[in-house]
Design a protein around this ligand. Structure first.
Ligand code: DMJ
Length: 935
């Protein structure tokens, strides 16, 4: 590593408010200055092993990129299960996720600078030629301004930055004449109409051909955008301005940032997740460092590094201070309300926040970075990947994992800052898990459910832009990279922008320097580059000593609420109102609820949700009662869910050439062999005749001893099961007849019985949507003999290591415990479609009874009457911050702090009911907004 041992930059103090150019250079250099001092902790990794791992990353990249180029290009992305390109409009819409796809060969552009980092210069040269020849930026397609900026504009600029670097070196790219930059400029101008708002905040979407608001544009009516969407433009836009001399881009991006800064919540210095682009009102007032806000913070700090403008650092430091005060609860990072920052807004964290430790390294705050990273690593060790969301007691909340790179990013930066070989081992685990669980014959497939190991037909472009870059750089020595990486800054999509831009075309910066920031009290801010010599004073075991106390934080955490309630049950205490007696229509009950700090929220779909805020209870005793009541309600609810719900299952193709690498998400049946209790069923598949399986099979010889494929429709599921069982099948897979249906876009079902006794059905039955089913049917067409494994969780793909995966019992325990602890966040999930809604074309099936099943980690949708029967399962919400010991501490801390607040009357019974109600309404409003939350 360059500058090891605290050479130039971090070793030398930087004068207060150093000239920006020096700060820009040193802020980056400081990341690399301590790698030589590490001697203890994890055993050092040999050069050979590092090299081996680096080569493995190269091979994996070739597998991902090669398959994209062979089977998907010029489409935007590869669909690795069906081995074809994802073309927008030709696949069922996935909602907002598709807004990244602009028919501009997204993956190719996003991969450009990765090719150079991975020393694939020849391939880079070819890829640039392809971009120039094939890519059209003028498509009639509505795209996300944010995604297009970070992936496409950033990709073109990163490609340009390295193209000119290579050209200057004199061997490659000699023909290059700024063509990528010209494309970037063209794209920049296409994005500019999005900024045509009074606030200067951009519209979230734009039509590449028609811009905004024209009737043909089909966009421009949106009123809201996410903070990250509006606040993650400055690096690309400023680079574009500085590369081209066209100042307008930097001006617009600065204006949007200025507006967001103005709108920060002044008492907490936090920003919300969603803002109205016309009025500047916060639409969602919850605040964290993950989804919706993440890269806004990242860009403030990096804009300071790249542009050397102090105002960005001042803003970043102000926000950072607030984040560390309210959101950081080491090792957790928990969302709070901007107007009540001591109040947690959620009891779960999302996977996007995994970038934050990396940003903390750049800031120089290593301790919390190590802590959060360690916590995340333990979650990964438990589930192989970081689930999209997980609760404060580390259970899966949203089970997908689209191969996000944020954790690899933080691992890389922590390794650079600490030199601790532990982080190399972490990287090795990431590589192993990707190969073991996500690699499929045609690329790498996102995880549909980290618990079952099932896949989604999706390989996002950021996987190539970021994951391989960070993993490769983690194991690379300086001489493995053909340029000096320290001369560049990483954008949020890991595109590389040269630091020399800070001294080029600074006209915008000069024009926009304001004096506003002098009013801030910045006496506590660090104006110097964090000096890692001081961070790790002769103590090579520094990082290890921080991780040590956290080493079992994930395994040992236990829901605090449950412990407390169990204790109180032991002591015989009961809430004044028992959950089983509660009637939502009884005014007396509602009064008691209010006293206990429990609010009742009537959801749009007619269900009722309960949320408790201990600080809103009339007294601490009422708060305790409320807690017991909530716990009882949660238990009642989860008991019912347990009775009604079965987790998703997996169909794994184990024959050549899949060898267990393709795992399909399957719906379970409420009858037949329970795969969670019995060993998996393995067998070759055969189609039944008749294909609908509704009468005695005419081809029993074909299905005997095999797993029969049957089409959905015409008769009851149980009838199909009996017919194939009678023909000698050892299992059955029902394939949806609703063409194009997929578990990517529709909620899973569990197949219900026929209302009669189904004990005679002994074989396992699983349900696949049409898209997943056709993967098996295609495989039969191509390979004839196709063997599958029906199980509750994908089995180890490597025959050498046939160890049992974490036991199904544990997993189902996890499932129910998840339901207990994740209830607060149910708002985000209440809009799930009912089975009928999701399959409007399935009328022939009407006699079959499908029950909605909660297949993801989310909680179930219960019958929706607001009546008195608690067994009809009113959704409940756990009290804020009740889930871990760490949380417990935080809760106490929050209570103490609230104590001193004039508005809150913890234990003093002083808060007037009006103000409690007003608070409730505010919270309800905020929660209702959270309903719209999407990652
Ligand atoms: C990437 O596109 C960027 O890192 C972005 O900032 C948010 N996350 C995705 C990958 O997870």
């Amino acid at each position: 590593m360059s500058e090891a041992g605290g050479g130039r930059g971090c070793g030398s103090p930087i004068p207060q408010r150093a000239p920006w150019s020096l700060v820009a250079a040193t802020a980056v250099l400081c990341l690399v200055s301590v790698t030589s001092v590490w001697t203890a902790g994890a055993a050092p990794m040999s050069k050979e092993e590092k090299q081996k791992l680096g080569n493995q990353v190269l091979e994996m990249f070739d597998h991902a990129y090669g398959n994209y180029m062979e089977h998907a290009y010029p489409a935007d992305e590869l669909m690795p299960l069906t081995c074809r390109g994802r073309v927008r409009g030709q696949e069922p819409s996935r909602g907002d996720v598709d807004d990244a796809l602009g028919k501009f060969s997204l993956t190719l552009i996003d991969s450009l600078d990765t090719l150079v980092v991975l020393n694939k210069t020849k391939e880079f040269e070819d890829a640039v030629r392809k971009v120039l020849k094939d890519v059209n930026l003028d498509n009639d397609v509505v795209v996300s301004v944010f995604e297009t900026n970070i992936r496409v504009l950033g990709g073109l600029l990163g490609g340009h930055s390295l193209a000119i670097m290579l050209k200057e070196k004199g061997e490659y790219m000699q023909w290059y004449n700024d063509e990528l930059l010209q494309m970037a400029k063209q794209l920049g101008y296409k994005l500019l109409p999005a900024f045509n708002t009074t606030s200067g905040l951009p519209y979230p979407r734009i039509n590449l051909k028609f811009g905004i608001q024209k009737p043909e544009a089909r966009t421009g009516t949106e009123t809201d955008t996410c903070t990250a969407c509006a606040g993650t433009l400055i690096l690309e836009f400023a680079a574009l301005s500085r590369f081209t001399g066209a100042t307008i881009f930097e001006e617009y991006a600065r204006k949007a940032l200025d507006f967001l800064w103005e709108k920060r919540q002044r008492s907490s210095n936090l920003v919300g997740v969603t803002i109205n682009i016309h009025t500047g009102d916060w639409v969602r007032k919850d605040s964290g460092v993950g989804a919706g806000i993440d890269s806004y913070y990242e860009y403030l700090l990096k804009a300071y590094v790249l542009l050397g403008d102090d105002s960005f650092l001042e803003r970043f430091n102000t926000h950072y201070d607030a984040i560390m005060r309210y959101i950081s609860q080491p090792p957790l990072l928990l969302d709070v309300h901007i107007h009540k920052p001591m109040l947690n807004a959620r009891t779960w964290m999302d996977a996007l926040l995994a970038f934050f430790p990396g940003l903390q390294v750049l800031k120089g705050d290593i301790r919390p970075a190590i802590e959060t990273h360690e916590m995340l690593y333990q979650v990964i060790k438990k589930h192989n990947f970081l689930p999209e969301a997980f609760t404060t007691d580390f259970r899966v909340h949203w089970a997908q994992h689209p191969l996000r790179p944020e954790f690899a990013e933080s691992t890389y930066f922590l390794y650079k800052a600490t030199g601790d070989p532990y982080y190399l081992e972490v990287g090795k685990t990431l590589i192993e898990n990707l190969n073991k669980y996500a690699r499929v014959p045609c690329g790498f497939a996102a995880m549909k459910d980290v618990r079952t190991g099932s896949h989604e037909d999706r390989m996002d472009s950021f996987f190539l832009a970021e994951m391989f870059k960070y993993l490769y750089l983690l194991f690379a020595d300086k001489e493995d990279i053909i340029f000096d990486i320290e001369d560049y800054i990483f954008t949020t999509e890991a595109h590389l922008l040269p630091l020399w831009l800070s001294t080029t075309n600074q006209s915008v910066y000069k024009k926009n320097t304001t004096s506003e920031y002098t009013e801030l009290d910045d006496s506590n801010f660090d104006w110097t580059c964090p000096n890692t010599q001081i961070l790790f004073p002769n103590d090579p075991s520094y990082a290890q000593s921080i991780r040590e106390p956290l080493k079992n934080v994930v395994d040992k955490s236990c829901p605090r609420g449950i412990i407390r309630v169990e204790e109180s049950f032991r002591s015989g205490a009961k809430p004044p109102l028992r959950a089983r007696d509660f009637m939502a229509t009884n005014p007396e009950h509602l009064e008691i609820l209010k006293k206990m700090g429990v609010s009742l929220i009537h959801l749009k779909d007619g269900r009722v949700q309960l949320v408790q805020h201990a600080i809103q209870a009339a007294s601490s005793i009422d708060a305790e009662d409320g807690l017991r009541f909530m716990q009882e309600m949660i238990e009642l609810s989860s008991q019912q869910q347990k009775e009604q719900q079965l987790p998703p299952r997996a169909v794994q193709i184990v024959s050549h050439p899949f060898f267990g690498r393709v795992v399909l998400t399957a719906g379970p049946a409420q009858f037949g062999l329970d795969l969670s209790k019995h060993k998996e069923t393995r067998g070759f598949v055969a189609s039944s005749k008749p294909y609908n399986g509704c009468s005695e099979l005419t081809n029993p010889e074909a299905v005997v001893g095999k797993i029969a494929l049957i089409q959905r429709g015409q008769c009851m599921f149980a009838e199909k099961a009996r017919n194939i069982q009678n023909a000698g099948a050892i299992g059955g897979i029902v394939i949806d007849d609703n063409e194009g249906s997929s578990s990517d876009t529709a909620p899973l079902f569990q197949m219900a019985g026929d209302g009669k006794d189904t004990d005679d059905i002994k074989i396992p039955m699983l349900f696949l949507f049409s898209k997943e089913g056709s993967i098996i049917l295609d495989a039969i067409r191509e390979y004839e003999e196709v063997e599958v494994l029906l199980s509750d969780k994908a089995k180890d793909r490597d025959p050498e290591e046939n160890e049992e995966q974490p036991s199904p019992e544990n997993d189902s325990q996890n499932q129910s415990a998840e339901q207990i602890t994740s209830s607060f966040q149910d708002f985000d999930l209440v809009d799930q479609e009912s089975p009928e809604e999701s399959s409007p074309n399935s009328s022939p099936e009407s006699s079959e009874s499908l029950s909605p099943a909660e297949m993801d980690s989310a909680t179930s949708i219960s019958p929706s009457k607001q009546n008195s029967d608690p067994t009809e399962n009113h959704e409940t919400a756990s009290p804020n911050g009740e889930c871990t010991d760490l949380d417990n501490q935080r809760q106490q801390q929050s209570e103490t702090e609230e104590d001193s607040s004039p508005n809150v009357s913890w234990g003093k019974k002083a808060q007037p009911i009006d103000s409690i109600l007003a608070d409730w309404n505010e919270d309800i409003e905020a929660f209702e907004m959270m309903e719209k939350d999407e990652l």
